[in-house]
Ligand binder design. Structure first.
Ligand SMILES: [Zn+2]
Length: 381
């Protein structure tokens, strides 16, 4: 099968390109002029479509009214399908802070979904997080870093835990970070009140290759108290760590996203931090053990508390910032290529021959109109 349109590769936009798919693989990505006439029968005419790689969301708690944090396989399937239909062809399911038994059950359920091909991996957000920067994480279940519980969570994930968020300043954080690294788990600095020197040293030591939702779940940046946010941005600019950005217009001002993308370059990762309300109407939802109210698309802890996850899907973030004039190549790198690299998913994240055929067709406004995963159209479109 051949698809024709404006092709976004990790390096450029091919204005009139052809993406060739055989089985579940991409076999060629090149300018239409390079395709021999007889070989392009099903891509004969130029189109106004954009062709993007399937997007990779590495921080996600749910969608479609369903939660990835409920230890319920049916809800995991519904949430993953909701994001897939919008263009997220690779998804990490994120557990949240809860009682240890509950977290182990959630992680085991997510591992089942990875083995069923529904998810691409697991992110564990908690419970070793700073109380003062907990956001919507349940304070009752936060605890000091503990290698025993970390080991149990990794074991429950049966090799599928890719990322774990950790506050660097807590006693025992270094030991847990070292253990996670030894187990091949990416440590993400986050929900942290670390001072700038502590954050810088933690990142520079290679303990945390990732920062969980930069600016959110950490003290606001002030020039006399720069905290972890400025240290994280500098680490990204230096190529030491990648930074997640919840670029939904709620968690971060659009100008913050623009500046962070400029500074972090290829080290920026767009994430949704989505909860059950993603793709749904306003209403009352759950995030792990927490009750959440969604009003005007903004999720907060019940009673008007902290922002409690996002309601966007990743393609909506790409469209939003492309409409604001940001470079589609940079946005696609941040929403597909870099997160795939961070999460250790070498088979996805770009329109590149040899990779899995995850392709999005989008209209001139970058609204996704068709989704292909592993060479198959989603929803039979
Ligand atoms: Zn989260």
């Amino acid at each position: 099968m051949k698809l024709r349109g404006k092709v976004v590769t990790p390096d450029e936009v091919i204005e009139d390109g052809v993406v060739e798919v055989e089985g579940d693989r991409l076999v060629a990505v090149r300018p239409a002029d390079d395709v021999r006439d007889g070989a392009r029968a099903d891509a004969r005419e130029p189109t106004d479509d954009w062709l993007l790689p399937g997007l990779v969301d590495i921080h996600n708690h749910g969608g479609g009214g369903a939660s990835l944090t409920a230890a319920d396989p049916a809800q995991v399937a519904t949430a993953a399908a909701t994001h897939l239909a919008a263009g997220t062809t690779s998804l990490l399911g994120s557990a949240v802070t809860d009682a240890p038994d509950r977290m182990l059950a959630v992680v085991a359920t997510l591992a089942d979904a990875v083995e069923a091909g529904v998810l691409s991996g697991i992110h564990v957000e908690g419970p070793f997080l700073a109380e003062s920067c907990r956001g919507a994480q349940d304070a009752a279940h936060l605890r000091a870093p503990d290698t025993g519980l970390a080991r149990d969570l990794i074991a429950a994930g049966r090799g599928h835990v890719r990322v774990m968020t950790l506050a660097a300043e807590l006693p025992g954080a270094d030991a847990v970070a070292d253990q996670l690294a030894a187990d091949g788990v990416v440590v993400a600095l986050g929900h942290t009140a670390a001072t700038a020197p502590v954050a810088r040293a933690f990142l520079a030591a290679g303990r945390a290759p990732l920062v969980t939702h930069l600016f959110n779940g950490m003290p606001p940046m002030h020039h006399r108290s720069p905290g972890p946010a400025l240290a994280a941005l500098a680490a990204a600019a230096d190529g030491v760590a990648c930074v997640e950005l919840v670029a939904d217009g709620v968690h971060l001002d659009d100008e913050t996203v623009r500046a962070a993308l400029t500074l972090a370059g290829d080290r920026a990762v767009l994430v949704t931090d989505a909860m059950a309300a993603a793709g749904m109407a306003d209403g009352d939802y759950e995030l792990g053990p927490q009750q959440v109210e969604v009003r005007d698309g903004v999720a907060r802890l019940a009673g008007g508390g902290a922002i409690a996850g996002g309601t966007s899907r990743l393609a909506e973030q790409v469209r939003r910032h492309a409409a604001a004039g940001l470079d589609p190549v940079r946005l696609v790198r941040a929403a597909a290529t870099t997160p795939a690299a961070v999460a250790g998913l070498p088979d996805v994240g770009a329109l590149r021959p040899g990779l899995r055929a995850d392709v999005l067709v989008a209209d001139t406004s970058l609204t996704v109109t068709r989704v292909m995963r592993a060479g198959q159209w989603v929803g039979g479109a």
